[in-house]
Ligand binder design. Structure first.
Ligand code: ATP
Ligand code: PAU
Ligand code: K
Length: 257
């Protein structure tokens, strides 16, 4: 039964239509839309889609964006459902002080990551890095407890903050270099290694806590740009948010069509 997964991020909405609401379902169609263009979906890329039977989404963009998505979904006879981080879901336990205050994207991606690692063999601790508008670095132990994580400015935000807060830094994007010798390379390398360094810290925290080499996963649109600069081997996984939504949907909607 067709299933629509939606991730309403800080900058863009990503959607994917599957032929069923379970992991491994076939991808029928997918797309992205900047948040300011949500209102085009029903008459645009959604107009000729097979109607989804079920829908599950996660939003970090706030209530107004969510309502605009729901309006576009009036095209179909489907009830929108949104993931709210809880104390426990799909085998993951939420260690946040106030579980519902955790970003839904973080929670869903962690559920995707946990099941991705379980599918490869024995349970292991996980460092999960999500690289988008913001960067998050999550630590999960081998039993599936989310221990805590970092929130960092993404690469774009870091560079814009430097441009805005200094008198003379307005330069094009550069290359990542070990020893940058021009402003463009210095800025690009600074942002990249700020993220890589933060991730290395979390890797060490988790290794020390668990006494076992963590699995390192990276997801998000800019992951491929960060991966070569990491201090540890990272597995790039295309879209852990959709994988997580499929895991949750299977448990919520069950085997029924
Ligand atoms: N060279 C780079 N290295 C690391 N990150 C980068 C680089 N260039 C751009 N980025 C970051 O990647 C982001 C784009 O990633 P992605 O496509 O996942 O984000 P998004 O869809 O805009 O975010 P969101 O999911 O929050 O809406 C940009 O906002 C920027 O911060
Ligand atoms: C941290 C971001 C911006 C990452 O997209 C998002 O997950 C969010 O808005 N989180 C809410 C705050 C928190 O996770 O503690
Ligand atoms: K996001």
């Amino acid at each position: 039964m067709t299933f629509l997964a939606i991730d309403v991020g800080n900058t863009r909405l990503k959607w994917a239509l599957y032929d069923a609401h379970r992991p491994g379902a076939a991808l029928l169609a997918q797309g992205t839309e900047f948040l300011e263009h949500i209102d085009r979906l029903a008459e645009g890329s959604w107009a000729n889609l097979p109607a989804p039977k079920r829908m599950l989404g996660c939003v970090v963009a706030g209530d107004i964006a969510r309502r605009r998505v729901v309006e576009q979904m009036e095209l179909w006879d489907v009830t929108p459902q949104w993931v709210v981080p809880s104390a426990q879901e799909a085998g993951l336990t939420n260690g946040y002080d106030y579980p519902s205050r955790l970003g839904a994207d973080r929670w869903v991606a962690m559920i995707g990551a946990r099941h991705h690692v379980l599918a490869q063999g024995a349970p292991r601790p996980i460092v999960l890095v999500m690289v988008g508008t913001a960067v998050t670095v999550e630590c999960i132990d081998a039993a599936g407890n989310f221990l805590g994580g970092l929130i960092l400015p993404g690469h774009g935000i870091m560079l814009r903050a430097l441009e805005a807060g200094t008198a003379g830094l307005h330069v094009p994007t550069g290359e990542v270099r070990l020893f940058p010798t021009n402003t463009s390379d210095a800025l690009t390398s600074g942002g990249t290694y700020a993220i890589a360094g933060a991730v290395e810290r979390m890797y060490q925290h988790l290794l020390q806590r668990c006494g076992e080499e963590p699995a390192c996963l990276m997801t998000g649109g800019a992951g491929w740009k960060m991966a070569p600069s990491m201090t540890r081997p990272f597995e790039l996984v295309e879209n852990l948010i959709f994988d997580g939504l499929l895991q949750i949907a299977m448990r919520r909607f069950g085997d029924a069509d």
